[in-house]
Design a protein around this ligand. Structure first.
Ligand code: NAD
Length: 262
């Protein structure tokens, strides 16, 4: 048979060795778990966060224990200028960017559409999806063949959410963004994928939902519980690594067994 098929595992011993990853919302929740999983697999990190310096330092210290270099960059990614700055700082520090994890997001539950102000709507879209656009655009000149982008969407993109109408809409936009950007970058061998978590026990949940919702959070999925952040992070390791070299435009669904309509 000519040429011979390649049977050897693609990833090196550490799956993200010599890779530099920029993770938005890398201070907290899913982003923190991704940062630690990436550090454990040999990546160096840029962690973008809004304002929680203590959370960012805690994540930085934990990642350094795995031997990772870490650069913290504080600031608001809904501002395009800050997104350009974030990419500029990454290149200044490391000279390369291999994995862009667009993970940061906000949500403000409301009982009906009438309660969603134009200000909330704009802020949610600016943070959750416009920022992903700005960052991908600024990162693109620095991404080489084999680099990749991972965007955090949500199960709410697929099943909707009556109390998170604006948030779920941004998550639906992210799914289409992943599919569209992947189509435009496939020939350059720059992969673009997404992760659509179900309920995950992170600071976002008690910070934004009422107590009765928090106490039952996750109980309605087939596995009957919310995920820990470290049960979501392995999907990002896989997609970020060379093991996923033939996967682009796809979404992974760590959601406790909910069957969704792709
Ligand atoms: P989290 O609140 O713990 O972390 C989000 C982080 O995003 C914040 O700590 C903050 O640093 C950052 N951030 C927010 N606004 C920002 C801004 N304007 N500029 C810069 N950084 C900003 O949340 P999480 O639960 O870990 O969520 C991470 C991702 O997972 C989000 O995209 C969220 O929509 C998604 N998600 C979460 C769940 C869940 O149940 N927790 C479920 C599905 C999807």
């Amino acid at each position: 048979m000519r040429p011979d098929p390649d049977y050897q595992p693609r990833a090196t011993r550490l799956r993200l060795e010599r890779k530099v990853a920029l993770i938005t919302g890398g201070d907290s929740g899913i982003g923190r778990a991704v940062a630690l999983a990436y550090a454990k697999e040999g990546a160096d990190l840029v962690l973008s966060y809004l304002s929680e310096d203590d959370d960012a330092k805690t994540t930085e210290e934990a990642a350094r224990e795995f031997g990772a270099k870490v650069l913290l960059v504080r600031g608001d990614i809904s501002d395009e200028k800050h997104c350009k700055h974030l990419i500029g700082e990454t290149i200044r520090e490391y000279g390369q960017l291999d994995i862009l994890v667009n993970n940061a997001a906000i949500q403000y539950p409301q009982e009906s559409i009438e309660k969603i102000t134009a200000i909330q709507l704009h802020k949610t879209f600016a943070t959750n999806i416009f920022a992903q656009f700005y960052l991908c655009k600024a990162a693109l000149p620095h991404l080489k063949a084999g680099s990749n982008i991972i965007c955090t969407t949500s199960v709410t993109a697929y099943r909707g959410s009556g109390h998170l109408i604006d948030y779920a809409s941004t998550k639906g936009a992210i799914v289409s963004f992943v599919r569209s950007l992947s189509a435009s970058l496939a020939q350059k061998n720059i992969r673009v994928n997404g992760v659509a978590p179900g309920p995950v026990w992170t600071p976002l949940i008690p910070a934004t939902f009422p107590a009765d919702h928090v106490s039952e959070f996750g109980s309605d999925v087939p596995m009957g519980r919310a995920a820990e952040p470290n049960e979501i992070a392995p999907a990002y390791v896989f997609l970020g690594s060379d093991d996923a070299s033939y996967i682009t435009g796809q979404i992974i669904h760590p959601n406790g067994g909910e069957i969704i309509n792709t």
